[in-house]
Design a protein around this ligand. Structure first.
Ligand code: GUN
Length: 295
């Protein structure tokens, strides 16, 4: 089978270039420049790196960005007060509070405090509920990125059997809703599987599309998939590798090498779903600046 590699890195670059073009046109016409805010609490190295990448991507697209850094010992009321200010800031179209937060801060309380109209992470229950009802909403970054990949590679989804592996609130659960939705990409018959699923192989063997988001390296093996399957691999697992510069390398949830020959389309790790997430955040911020989701 001639397998098509879904190149998330290239696609993310294309989306950012498109956004940059849109912003240039807005600037020429004196319109509102998209403005993203990011709150970073503490000094978790992974969070620092994610937020840096988000801010850098804003610059690349001509967006405004505001980074608010606070020490790990910030109190919950102090953080809520910052969120209140950001909710009221008229120039700011959307903002994110980078997770995880220190243990003394309740992430749910923080998420609920963000005005859903500015919730470009798509984590607020109002956005989740709107998505589930098929109403315009800010989609969380990973599901948004996956939908965009399916769209831009013209992958047929209508009437297909989609098996989602993993039921997290930010990937598996929303993907199962989106893929069963009455629009493209969607109209699939969806099976949502998880750690308690019996005979997972029996389910994945029937899949035309597999979305693997279980967080276990090489979990989906070649004997678990049928010929012609579309593979979306959400896993970003660190596995020890002494030959690698950092002492580890990234592996997906799918045994890429052995599944590849059976797949019609497959996302690599790295360079697949991962790079799409920042593009999704920027897309949401752009939509927020145009008030296209909520009026
Ligand atoms: N931490 C890891 N991923 C994310 C994300 O998409 N948004 C926020 N706010 N925090 C994260």
């Amino acid at each position: 089978m001639d397998t098509i590699i879904i190149d998330g890195k290239a696609l993310s670059k294309t989306i950012k270039e498109e956004l940059r073009g849109e912003v240039e046109r807005i600037k020429e016409n004196g319109g509102k420049i998209p403005h993203l805010g990011a709150v970073l609490v503490g000094d978790n190295p992974a969070s620092e790196s994610y937020v840096r990448s988000k801010v850098r991507s804003c610059e690349q697209c001509g967006f405004k960005s505001t980074l608010i850094r606070k020490p790990a010992n910030i109190t919950q009321p102090q953080l809520l007060s910052i969120i209140d200010d950001l909710n009221k800031d008229e120039d700011l179209d959307g903002f994110i509070v980078q997770l995880p937060l220190p243990e003394h801060i309740d992430e749910e309380t923080i998420t609920l405090a963000i005005n859903p109209k500015k919730d470009v992470d798509g984590f607020h229950p109002v956005n989740f509920g709107r998505m589930a009802l098929g109403l315009p909403s800010y989609l969380p970054a990973t599901p948004n990125g996956i939908m965009e990949m399916l769209k831009r590679y013209n992958i047929e989804t209508s009437g297909k059997h989609c098996v989602v592996v993993g039921r997290s609130n930010i990937v598996g659960k929303p993907m199962s809703i989106l893929m069963s939705g009455k629009s493209y990409p969607g109209n699939c018959t969806v099976t949502l599987t998880h750690s308690r699923t019996k005979d997972l192989k029996e389910e994945t063997l029937r899949a035309d599309i597999i979305i693997a988001a279980i967080g276990i390296p090489d979990f989906i093996t070649a004997d678990m998939v049928k010929d012609g399957v579309v593979i979306i691999d959400v896993g970003i697992n660190r596995v020890e590798d002494e030959t690698a510069k950092r002492g580890y390398r990234l592996k997906g949830d799918v045994d890429y090498k052995n599944v590849f020959p059976k797949a019609s389309h497959i996302t690599p790790v790295p360079g697949g779903v991962g790079p799409m997430t920042v593009a999704s955040l920027l897309t949401n911020t752009f939509l927020a600046s145009k008030n296209e989701i909520f009026d």
